[in-house]
Design a protein around this ligand. Sequence first.
Ligand code: AMP
Length: 220
Amino acid sequence: MRIVLVGPPGAGKGTQAQFITSNLAIANISTGDLFRANVSQGTPLGIEAKKYMDSGDLVPDEVTIKMVRERLAEDDARDGFLLDGFPRNVPQAEVLGAMLDELGTRLHAVLELVVDDDEVVRRLAGRRTCRTCGTVWHVDFDPPTRDGVCDRCGGELFQRDDDREETVRHRLEVYNDQTAPLIAYYADLGLLIGIDATGPVEDVTERAIAALRPLNHDWS
Ligand code: AMP
C-alpha cells in the first residue's frame, strides 16, 4: 500500500506514521527525518537544508525531490510506503505522480490529520527536547519534574529553533499557503481521507487504521 500523510506541523504525523507503518508493515519515509539525519551528519545536503529548516521554510524542490527519488529506489520501499512530509506542495505532488507512473504504480490514499492552528501552536511551542538523549517533553502535557532538566538522563532541555512560537506561526503560514492546496488536489483525484487528529494518540491511530483498512484490496 502506498500512502501520503498530510497535516500541519504538530498534527502528530511522525507519531502516527510509526504506528500506521508498523500496523500495515510498510516503509516509513519522513523527509523531515531524512533532512535531520543529514544535518546531524553534516553532509552537504544537510548544510544546505538547515538554512531553510531553522527558519521554517521549505527546502528547495530540486533538493528534496532528488532525496525522495533516491529513497524510493531502496528495497524496502518496493512493497509499499507511507510518505510523511512529502509532497509539501502541488509541484512536488505532480513529480511524485510521475515517479510512481514510471515505476508502474500509484498512490492508494492520502490521509489528512486535521488539527486547528491554535492547537498546533500550543503543541509545538511547548515542546522541549533533551540535548543529551533526545527525549521530547511538553511544558503542559508532559512536563519534566524539574524545569529545564530531563527526567530520563538529567540532560539539559532546550527548545528546537523550529519550535519557537514565531517560527511555528511561520511554519503554519507556509503550510496554509503551500501545503494546504494539496488537500484539494488529492480530493479531486479521489484519494483524500481526512481524520480528526485531536485526542489521545491511540484514538487517532485507531481512526487512521479504520479509514485505511477498507482499502485493503488491490495494493499492488
Ligand atoms: P517536518 O519534520 O516534516 O516538519 O520537516 C522539517 C523541515 O524539513 C520542514 O520545516 C522543511 O524545512 C523541511 N522539509 C521536510 N519535508 C520537506 C518537503 N517535502 N519539501 C521541502 N522541505 C521539507
